[in-house]
Design a protein. Structure first.
Length: 279
C-alpha cells in the first residue's frame, strides 16, 4: 500500500513494527510519533486491536504528535467498539478518524486493487479518495465510524463459512471417490460458485497453503466477530463451530499457513487427501 502511494506521487513516511522493513521512495521514521509529524493523513494497517491501540496511544505513539486537522485512517481489521473508542479520543484532539479495513488479500495490496470498507464522516472520506484510488479499485462507505469494521467482520464471517463448506464438500467427495478436479467444473457452473471458491480452488489443487491470509489472522477475525455478536446479543452457531476448527488447526501447527489449510484437518479426520485428479 505504501509503495503504491509513493508511485502515485505522494510524499510518504513509514514506520513498521518489524525493524528493518523499508519502502523504496518513502522516508523511514523511528516511531509512530515521528511518522505522524507534519502528515495530513496518518494511515495504520496492523494485525489486531491491541496493535492499533499501541500505535496510536502507546509510548512514542501517534498521540504524542497528533494535532488538530490531521486525519487518521485505520485499515486494520479490529473490534468495532474499540474503533469507536479510539475515534472519540482522536476527535478530542481535533483530528478526524476513519476506519477503512480492506479486502483483496496480499495480491490486492501489491497490485493496488484493494476494496476499502469505510466508516466515517463524508468530509473525511472525501479527503481520502485520491489515496483510495492509488491503492485500491473501489471503496464503499458503510456509515459512521466503526461501521466499516462491522461490515468487514461480516465479510470475513461469510468467507470462513463458505470456505469451510467447500473444504468439507471436497473432503467428503474425495472419501467417496470423486476427485476435486471433477467436482470443480460442476461447482463453477452452478449457483454454488463463489469468489472464495474461485480464488482458493487453484491453491487447494496444488496443495499450496502458503499464506495469502494466515490462518491465525482469520481466527482473530472470527473471534472479533463472535465478540461483536455477543455484545449485540446475536447468536452465530455456524461461526462458533468453525472457530473450533481453527482452534484445532492452530494446535496442529498451522497458524502461519493460509486459512485454506483447515482442509488438512478435515482430511486427517477422514483419512483421505483431496487431489486434483485421480491417480
Amino acid at each position: 500500500m505504501a509503495s503504491n502511494l509513493v508511485k502515485a506521487g505522494h510524499e510518504v513516511t513509514v514506520w513498521n513494527r518489524t525493524s528493518g522493513k523499508t519502502v523504496e521512495g518513502a522516508r523511514a521514521a523511528a516511531s509512530p510519533a515521528e511518522a505522524a509529524v507534519g502528515a495530513e493523513v496518518i494511515w495504520i494497517c496492523v494485525s489486531d486491536t491491541k496493535a492499533v491501540e499501541s500505535v496510536l496511544f502507546g509510548p512514542q505513539g501517534v498521540h504524542e504528535s497528533l494535532v488538530a486537522g490531521q486525519l487518521i485512517v485505520d485499515s486494520s481489521t479490529i473490534s468495532p467498539s474499540a474503533t469507536r473508542q479510539f475515534a472519540e479520543r482522536v476527535r478530542a484532539r481535533g483530528a478526524q478518524y476513519v476506519d477503512a479495513p480492506v479486502t483483496g488479500s496480499k495480491v490486492g495490496a501489491e497490485n493496488g486493487t484493494l476494496i476499502f470498507i469505510v466508516g466515517g464522516e463524508e468530509s473525511a472520506i472525501e479527503k481520502l479518495k485520491p489515496l483510495f484510488a492509488a491503492t485500491g479499485k473501489k471503496f464503499f462507505r458503510m456509515g459512521d465510524t466503526g461501521k466499516g469494521q462491522v461490515a468487514k467482520l461480516a465479510m470475513n464471517l461469510q468467507i470462513a463459512l463458505i470456505y469451510e463448506g467447500f473444504a468439507e464438500a471436497l473432503t467428503l467427495t474425495a472419501k467417496l471417490g470423486v476427485d476435486a478436479s471433477t467436482m470443480l467444473p460442476l461447482i463453477e457452473a452452478s449457483m454454488i460458485r463463489s469468489g472464495v471458491v474461485d480464488y482458493k480452488a487453484p491453491f487447494v489443487l496444488k496443495r499450496d497453503f502458503s499464506p495469502n491470509f494466515p490462518l491465525r489472522l482469520m481466527r482473530k477475525d472470527i473471534r472479533l466477530t463472535l465478540e461483536a455478536a455477543k455484545e449485540a446479543r446475536v447468536k452465530l452457531p455456524g461461526l462458533e463451530t468453525v472457530e473450533e476448527i481453527y482452534d484445532l488447526a492452530i494446535e496442529e501447527g498451522h497458524a502461519d499457513l493460509d486459512y485454506a489449510a483447515t482442509l488438512t484437518l478435515l482430511e486427517k479426520w477422514a483419512g483421505v487427501e483431496v487431489k486434483g485428479a485421480s491417480a
